[in-house]
Design a binder for this molecule. Structure first.
Ligand code: HEM
Length: 816
C-alpha cells in the first residue's frame, strides 16, 4: 500500500511540476485499483505507472452506465449498451483470467512460503482443500466452474472497491481544503505520529501499525463518509417483509421492490445528528465523543452480514494516502477553470449532460454524480502545489560557533578597557545612546518606536514572549541590615539589597515593559484583545520574584480589575526555571564551565587572578572561597545591581579608601559577558547541555506553536516570565550569533505569522531585544543570519530533532 501511495505521490508531483489543471478522481482511481490488485490478487495492475489496459476497459464500462436521472428513453434504453457491456466484460474476464492462471501456476512455488497471503491465495487454498486435492501437489487442477466464479469475484472486488475509495479520497482533500483548521489538525497529528518534517513513507514500511495511531485522520475520513458516502446498500423486498413507517406506524410491504438504505440520507438527517448535521466536524468521531454518535446512523459501509467486505482495506488505504500527501501538498478544487478540461477525453468531458441542470447541491459545486459509485462531479477538477516538506535530516542540528567579537576574545576581555558600549548605569540610557544597545539594568525589548512590521501578506496568529524578571522590588521592599550582635554575620559587601530581590526601579521597568508590549501587539498590530481574556496567558516560575514582575507587567498591559491567574508548574518539574532533574546536563555544564578545571575555562580565571585579589581586598571575601572565585557571577551581580540603582561602587568596611574602581567593575562586566558566551555558546558542548536542561521548555513551546497554528488552543499570547538562566539556555539552543549575559527584563519573542490566502502556510520570526534574532545555525538564520519569517515546519523540525517529540530525547539524555 505504501509503495502504491509513493507512486501516487509521484503522479501528484508531476502535476505540481506541470502546474496543470487535472481531474483528481482519475488519479485516485489508479491508486485504489493498484492497491486492490496487490492485496487481493498479488498482482500489479500498474495503473499508477503505465497506461493500463484493464483500467481503460473498466472506465469505458462506466461510460456506458445509464444516468439514473435521465428521462430520455433513448439514453435509458440505448441499444448498444448491452453489446458494449458484454464486449468490455469479456475483455476484463480475459485479463483477470490471465492473472488468476498465473497465480495458480506460481501458487505452489511462492504463496505458501510467505506468511502474508493475498486474498486470491486464500481462496485457491480453500478451493484445493474443498476439491479434495493435495495442497502440496504440483499438479493441482482448477475446474472451469471455479475459474468462472473466481473471475467474477475478483471483478466484484475491483468494481466495488475502486471508485468508492477513489471518490472518498477526493472528498477528504476537498473538505480539508475547505476547513483549514481540520487540515491543520490532521497535519499536526501526522507530525506527532511521524515527526515534523519527516515523511511517513519509511516509517509506515517499518512499522505499519502506526496507521492505528491516526485517530483524527480516521475521524476526518468517517466525517467525509457521513457527508458524501459513495455507496449504499440495497436489499430485495420479499413477501412477508415490511418496512415500518416510523411516524404513522404503518407496515409497508416490500414484495416486488428494492429497499434502498441511502447512507447519505441517514448521514444528513438532522433528526439523527442534530442541528449541526451539515457541518464538517470530524471531532464527532473521536473516541471521547462516541456517545454523541447516534446508533446505526453512520452506515457508509452498511451493516449486517452483507456489509462491505473491503471496509478495513479502504480505511487503511485512505489513511496511508492521506499520511503521505496531506503534509506534502496543498490541493484545491478548481471548478472556476473547468472549461479548460472540456477536451481532455475523460468520461466527464465526453458527456455534456453533466454540465446541465443544477450545478450545486447543499451549496457544494463538487456534489456527487451516481456513476456506478457516487463520484465527485467532473472528477474533481483540481490544482495542486507542493508544500515545503523539510526532512529532519535536512535541518541542521549541529552546533555552530557564535561570531567572533570582543565578548569571546579573552585578550580583549582581560586587557581591554570600558564596556564596549554596553550599559550598566540604570534603567534609562544616557542621551545619544540609541535604544537597542545592551543595557544590563533594563534590557531592550519590543517597543512601538522601533518595531518593524512584517508585510501585509502575513497575519500574526500567535505570540510567545519569554523574559526574565529583574532583581527589582515590590511596593513594600526589603531593607537589609546586619546586626553587629549577630555573631554569624558573614563578611562581604555591605548593602541594602539581598538576592534575589525586586527594587522599585525594577518594578517601574517591568510596568513599562508591559505597556510597550501592549503598545506593539495591541495598539500597533491590533492583535491582542483589548481586555484580559482566555486568549492571553501568563506563566511564572516557583521563584516569587517572577510573580512580582508578572503582577506589575500585567498592570502595564491591561490594568485588570480582577485577579489574573499565573500559570505555574510544580517545583522540581518546572520547565521554565528549569527544575526537572537532569543530572547529565548538570555534570556536562560543570565538566567544561563553572567549577571545572578544563583549561579553556580556567584560562580567564587565572588571567583575572590580580583582579580577584583586589576585589577580595575590598569585599573581605576569603581568597579560598570557591563560590566567589569559580566564576565572576557574584561580583558581577553585586557591582552591577549597585550601579543600576545609582549607588556608588563599594568600599572596604575596614578601609574606606579602598574602593572598587569603575575600571575594575568594567573588567568584571567584560569577564561576565565572556563567561556567558563561553558557557552557553562558545563551548561545543553548550548546545547539548542546554538541550538537556532546557529541552522540555522547548518541547512545550513547539507544542504551543502547533496548537496555535492548528487553532486547537484559544490562547493567542503566552507570556513566560523566567530567569537569566532560562533565557540563556534558550538562546543557547537557538544558537544566537552573539551571546551576552542576559540582563534585566531581557526578552525573546516568538511571533507566528500565517501567509494570507491559499495554503495558510505558517512562519516564525524570533525577536531578541526587540530586533530579529540572529542565529549561527544555517537552518535557523536563513535571512542573512536572521530568524526572519522562517518556515514554521523547519523550526519545529529543528526543535523536534534536538529535543525529540514531547521531549523524548531529553528524557533519554538526562537518564544517560
Ligand atoms: C470508501 C470505500 C468503500 C465504501 C464506502 C463501500 C461501501 C459499500 C457498501 C455500502 C456496500 C453495500 C453493503 C450492503 O449492502 O450491506 C458495499 C459492498 C461491498 N463492497 Fe464496499 N465500499 C468501499 C470500499 C470497498 C473496497 C476497497 C472493496 C474491495 C476491495 C469493497 C468490496 C465490496 C464488496 C465485495 C461488497 C459486496 C459485499 C456483499 O454483497 O457481501 N468495498 N461496499
Amino acid at each position: 500500500m505504501v509503495e502504491c501511495a509513493e507512486a501516487f505521490v509521484k503522479i501528484l508531483d508531476r502535476h505540481v511540476l506541470k502546474d496543470d489543471l487535472f481531474r483528481m478522481e482519475e488519479e485516485t482511481t489508479k491508486i485504489s485499483i493498484d492497491v486492490i490488485g496487490r492485496v487481493v490478487c498479488d498482482h500489479d495492475f500498474k495503473t499508477l505507472t503505465t497506461d493500463n489496459e484493464f483500467m481503460r476497459t473498466m472506465r469505458n464500462t462506466l461510460a456506458w452506465m445509464p444516468d439514473v436521472q435521465s428521462i430520455n428513453p433513448w439514453h435509458r434504453n440505448h441499444p448498444l449498451r448491452p453489446i458494449m457491456w458484454k464486449y468490455y466484460k469479456r475483455k476484463m474476464d480475459k485479463y483477470i483470467g490471465r492473472v488468476l492462471d498465473e497465480r495458480f501456476t506460481v501458487r505452489n512455488a511462492e504463496a505458501r512460503k510467505t506468511k502474508v497471503k493475498a486474498g486470491i491465495d486464500l481462496a485457491l487454498e480453500e478451493y484445493v482443500k474443498e476439491s479434495g486435492q493435495n495442497v502440496d501437489s504440483q499438479n493441482i487442477q482448477m475446474d472451469a466452474e471455479f475459474r468462472r466464479f473466481a473471475i467474477d469475484n475478483l471483478l466484484i472486488l475491483l468494481f466495488a472497491g475502486h471508485d468508492t475509495t477513489a471518490s472518498t479520497i477526493c472528498y477528504c482533500y476537498h473538505l480539508l481544503y475547505k476547513h483549514p483548521e481540520a487540515l491543520a489538525k490532521v497535519r499536526r497529528e501526522l507530525d506527532e505520529v511521524f515527526g515534523a518534517g519527516t515523511s511517513a513513507t519509511q516509517q509506515l514500511k517499518d512499522n505499519p501499525y502506526l496507521v492505528n495511531k491516526l485517530e483524527y485522520t480516521l475521524a476526518v475520513i468517517k466525517e467525509v463518509l457521513r457527508l458524501w458516502p459513495p455507496a449504499s446498500g440495497v436489499r430485495q423486498g420479499k413477501k412477508g417483509y415490511f418496512v415500518k413507517d416510523p411516524v404513522s406506524g404503518e407496515m409497508l410491504p416490500t414484495e416486488g421492490m428494492n429497499v434502498w438504505t441511502t447512507s447519505m440520507c441517514l448521514g444528513r438527517s438532522a433528526k439523527l445528528w442534530g442541528p449541526d448535521v451539515d457541518e464538517f466536524k470530524p471531532e464527532r468521531f473521536l473516541a471521547e465523543n462516541a456517545d454523541s454518535v447516534p446508533p446505526n446512523a453512520w452506515r457508509p459501509f452498511e451493516k449486517g452480514p452483507r456489509n462491505c467486505i473491503g471496509q478495513e482495506l479502504s480505511l487503511i488505504e485512505m489513511k496511508v494516502v492521506l499520511a503521505l500527501t496531506l503534509r506534502e501538498f496543498d490541493i484545491r478544487v478548481a471548478f472556476d477553470e473547468l472549461d479548460a478540461l472540456s477536451n481532455d477525453g475523460t468520461l466527464w468531458a465526453k458527456d455534456a449532460s453533466f454540465k446541465k441542470g443544477p450545478q450545486k447541491v447543499f451549496g457544494e459545486e463538487m456534489y456527487q454524480i451516481l456513476l456506478a459509485a457516487a463520484k465527485p462531479r467532473e472528477g474533481m477538477p483540481a490544482r495542486i502545489a507542493r508544500r515545503k516538506m523539510h526532512n529532519v535530516s535536512n535541518v541542521d542540528l549541529g552546533w555552530y560557533a557564535p561570531k567572533n567579537s570582543w565578548i569571546n576574545d579573552l585578550g580583549r576581555v582581560v586587557n581591554g578597557t570600558g564596556t564596549n558600549g554596553f550599559q550598566f548605569n540604570g534603567s534609562q540610557l544616557p542621551d545619544r545612546v540609541e535604544y537597542g544597545v545592551y543595557n544590563w539594568c533594563n534590557m531592550p525589548h519590543v517597543r512601538k518606536e522601533e518595531y518593524v512590521k512584517v508585510s501585509q501578506e502575513f497575519e500574526l496568529v500567535y505570540l510567545e514572549p519569554l523574559n526574565p524578571s529583574g532583581n527589582v522590588s515590590a511596593p513594600t521592599y526589603w531593607s537589609v541590615y546586619t546586626n553587629p550582635t549577630n555573631p554569624f554575620v558573614q563578611s562581604g559587601f555591605n548593602g541594602s539589597c539581598q538576592f534575589p530581590q525586586i527594587t522599585r526601579e525594577g518594578l517601574g521597568d517591568s510596568w513599562q515593559h508591559g505597556k510597550d508590549l501592549y503598545g506593539v501587539y495591541h495598539d500597533l498590530l491590533n492583535f491582542l484583545p483589548s481586555n484580559m481574556s482566555e486568549k492571553v496567558s501568563y506563566r511564572v516560575t516557583n521563584n516569587v520574584i517572577t510573580s512580582q514582575v508578572a503582577g506589575i507587567l500585567i498592570d502595564g498591559m491591561y490594568t485588570p480589575s480582577t485577579s489574573v491567574p499565573l500559570r505555574i508548574q510544580p517545583t522540581n518539574v518546572d520547565s521554565l526555571e528549569p527544575q526537572y532533574p537532569c543530572p547529565k546536563s548538570t555534570s556536562m555544564y560543570s565538566s567544561y564551565g563553572i567549577g571545572s578545571s578544563a583549561p579553556e575555562w580556567t584560562a580567564h580565571l587565572t588571567a583575572a587572578k590580580p583582579l580577584f585579589n583586589s576585589l577580595d581586598a575590598v569585599s573581605g571575601i576569603a581568597s579560598d572561597s570557591t563560590d566567589w572565585h569559580k566564576s565572576f557571577d557574584h561580583y558581577y551581580d553585586n557591582l552591577s545591581a549597585r550601579q543600576c540603582h545609582a549607588k556608588p561602587l563599594p568600599c572596604s568596611i575596614n578601609d574606606t579608601s579602598n574602593c572598587v574602581s569603575q575600571e575594575m567593575a568594567d573588567t568584571v562586566y567584560r569577564l561576565g559577558q565572556y563567561e556567558y558566551s563561553f558557557i552557553y555558546r562558545d563551548s561545543p558542548q553548550s548546545l547539548q547541555a542546554a538541550v538537556g536542561s532546557y529541552g522540555v521548555f522547548l518541547a512545550e513551546l513547539a507544542d504551543n506553536i502547533r496548537a496555535a497554528v492548528s487553532s486547537q488552543s484559544p490562547v493567542l499570547y503566552r507570556h513566560n516570565i523566567a530567569h537569566d538562566g532560562s533565557v540563556s539556555r534558550l538562546l543557547s539552543i537557538l544558537q544566537i550569533e552573539q551571546m551576552v549575559w542576559v540582563g534585566m527584563g531581557s526578552e525573546v519573542v516568538f511571533e507566528i505569522y500565517r501567509k494570507r490566502g491559499y495554503g495558510g502556510k505558517n512562519f516564525i520570526r524570533i525577536l531578541w531585544g526587540g530586533q530579529v534574532l540572529r542565529s549561527s545555525n544555517p537552518s535557523l538564520g536563513t535571512v542573512n543570519g536572521k530568524v526572519d519569517l522562517l518556515d514554521v515546519d523547519i523550526f519545529l523540525a529543528y526543535i523536534d530533532g534536538l529535543v525529540g517529540f514531547r521531549a523524548g530525547k531529553v528524557v533519554d539524555f538526562c537518564k544517560s
